[in-house]
Design a protein around this ligand. Structure first.
Ligand code: HDL
Ligand code: ZN
Length: 412
């Protein structure tokens, strides 16, 4: 069997763990658990794109209902022109996966289809179509809507793991002060530790996570610097939890676009190296938003085995760039990284985000194994399977399961 055919077969059938999404189970309610065609077509990536083709002002767009927004975007980006962008192609791929008309003049058929789905059964269908064993949520304990669900004692779905996201605590000094004031603790550090311990106990997260600006520095004479040093790193170590840092986002460069208004910047990768060096017993998951930072991150991961790099985040999740990043990761790090996460906000996005990832992985792996063969060693089917399993699931399972890599037999 030709090498490429073997790779295609293995990549297609190997299930993946999606380590970063914004998805929820139905128990979290319709404001948090997003699915269906109106949510797909009003994804904030498409909200940003539609402003490029019309003269609507943001306030006019936001004044429309969700369905009116979806009808407007569908006509502008999918009917009046070819849906050419990655985010547009994604919606088309989802419609095709469910056998719906990808050239429909309106959303009537799609709306009827999604409305006819049973929420829980639909989740199972989508995970199967996407080739996933599980997903990790992004649980914002500073969102009153989400806090209310946790306090109601939400039923935990074994395929939807929790991740404790703490952006406000680290990026807004007022939040640390408020936690201290509310808890009556003597200072922000003590209060923050108690706050996190309580949420870790309740949520049982697989990791703690934060997104950080390009200007992020450490050590830093700031509340964030003190919280990282005196609370986050010790808390993660004490609970044997990885800490995920997603670095490089510049929030709301155009506030009027809301979630569609964020941008990126080049960050200082030496900060990641310093944090890994100073916290050898902590495990870190890191991704960065600037394409140039991704190459620097590959080199950092060669220096620190407590650094697991993951995903082609956000503006990097486009085939032209994911191919470059995944190739340089394999060239510098072999199969020891987590190539992709979906970042899906709407359930059915899993289908296209993972289909596009698998399409890219086949090309990249085919090139890598061909080069290996030309250099004199033909990888066996078993070795290819082992590499794909490790990248799709094994590396993450090791990382959240304690980080032991191929435990070395105890030295005699
Ligand atoms: O901070 C994050 O987790 C980002 O992924 C943002 O949610 C961003 O808006 C996004 O959806 N990116 O894909
Ligand atoms: Zn995200």
């Amino acid at each position: 069997m030709p090498m490429r055919t073997t790779i295609e077969k293995i990549v297609a059938k190997t299930l993946a763990a999606d380590i970063h999404t914004h998805l929820y189970t139905p128990e979290f309610g319709p404001q948090l658990q997003l699915w269906g065609i109106d949510e797909l077509v009003t994804y904030h990536y498409l909200v940003a794109e539609q402003f490029r083709f019309c003269s609507l002002k943001p306030e006019q767009f936001w004044a429309m209902s969700k369905e009116q927004q979806a009808d407007h975007i569908w006509k502008l980006l999918f009917v009046d022109r070819a849906p050419l962008s990655e985010a547009c192609r994604g919606v088309i791929a989802v419609l095709k996966a469910f056998g719906l008309n990808t050239s429909a003049p309106d959303l009537k058929e799609a709306r009827a289809f999604f409305r006819a789905q049973d929420a829980h059964q639909h989740i199972g269908n989508v995970l199967k179509l996407a080739g996933l064993t599980e997903v990790v949520m992004t649980n914002d304990v500073f969102d009153p809507k989400e806090v209310a669900v946790w306090e109601s004692g939400v039923r935990r779905d074994p395929q939807f793991h929790a991740a404790l996201r703490i952006d406000p605590l680290l990026n807004d000094p007022a939040v640390g002060k408020k936690i201290a004031a509310d808890s009556g603790a003597p200072d922000e550090v003590t209060a923050a530790r108690k706050f996190l311990d309580r949420w870790i106990e309740r949520m049982k997260p697989l990791y703690l996570a934060v997104s950080l600006p390009p200007s992020f520095q450490y050590p830093e004479d700031s509340l964030r610097g003190r919280l990282l040093r005196d609370v986050i790193f010790p808390t993660c170590k004490a609970n044997n939890l990885p800490f995920a840092m997603m670095i490089g986002v510049r929030k709301r460069v155009n506030p009027a676009l809301v979630d569609a208004g964020d941008s990126l910047g080049h960050a200082d990768t030496s900060v990641v190296e310093r944090i890994c060096l100073e916290n050898p017993d902590n495990r870190f998951l890191v991704t960065m938003l600037s394409r140039e930072n991704q190459h620097e991150l590959c080199v950092a991961a060669r220096k620190f085995s407590n650094l697991m790099i993951f995903g082609c985040w956000w503006f990097l999740n486009n085939p032209s760039i994911t191919r470059e990043i995944t190739t340089e990761r394999i060239e510098l790090l072999g199969a020891s990284t987590i190539p992709q996460h979906s970042d899906a906000r709407i359930l059915e996005q899993l289908i296209y985000k993972w289909a596009h990832t698998r399409r890219m992985m086949v090309d990249v792996l085919d090139e890598a194994y061909r080069a290996l063969a030309e250099d004199g060693r033909v990888a066996t089917e078993k070795e290819i399977q082992q590499d794909v399993e490790q990248m799709f699931r094994g590396n993450f399972q090791q990382w959240v399961g304690g980080g032991r890599r191929n435990p070395v037999a105890a030295l005699g």
